[in-house]
Design a protein around this ligand. Structure first.
Ligand code: RTP
Ligand code: MG
Length: 141
């Protein structure tokens, strides 16, 4: 059994809805631990840099515009299969396709305002965690 870490973001729509606590509770109920957390309001260049992998996609400008539209809550989740487990709890990217009981099913409006982000591989998890947190800001047991 090996523990891993993933980056989770509560996006501006869910922060505006005042459901940060409800979303964090779902991670905890699934056995994931919050080992780092902070609230930030991304600037244009930070958001473009974070989503650089999507630069050529047609939704890039909308995504950056949305992610800079208000504060976000960023956390590192740690636990067994944290990357896969987090994405299961999140649900499909498009909330209309997300399973009942998933975060996106319960809290997201549409594919742009879809409540949460989660890293999709060990490589992106490492990059995304380093984007937001210094090593000494992560508090493992
Ligand atoms: P995320 O990165 O936010 O965890 O979501 P994801 O892996 O499920 O989706 P991804 O393909 O990485 O896309 C990143 C975000 O871009 C927006 N998007 N819009 N209009 C569209 O077709 C479209 N496709 C993706 C979503 O907000 C998605 O979360
Ligand atoms: Mg993604």
């Amino acid at each position: 059994m090996t523990s891993e870490r993933t980056l989770s973001i509560i996006k501006p729509d869910a922060v505006a809805k005042n459901v940060i606590g409800e979303i964090l509770a779902r991670f905890e109920r699934a056995g994931l631990r919050i080992v780092a957390a902070k609230m930030v309001h991304l600037g244009q260049q930070e958001a473009e840099s974070f989503y650089a992998v999507h630069r050529e996609r047609p939704f890039f400008n909308d995504l950056v515009g949305f992610m800079t539209s208000g504060p976000i809550m960023v956390q590192v989740l740690e636990g067994e299969q944290a990357i896969r487990k987090n994405r299961e709890i999140m649900g499909e990217t498009n909330p209309q396709e997300a399973s009942a009981g998933s975060i996106r099913h319960d809290f997201a409006e549409n594919i742009d305002a879809n409540a949460v982000h989660g890293s999709d591989s060990p490589e992106t998890a490492k990059q995304e965690i380093e984007f937001f947190f210094k090593a000494d800001e992560i508090c493992s047991r």
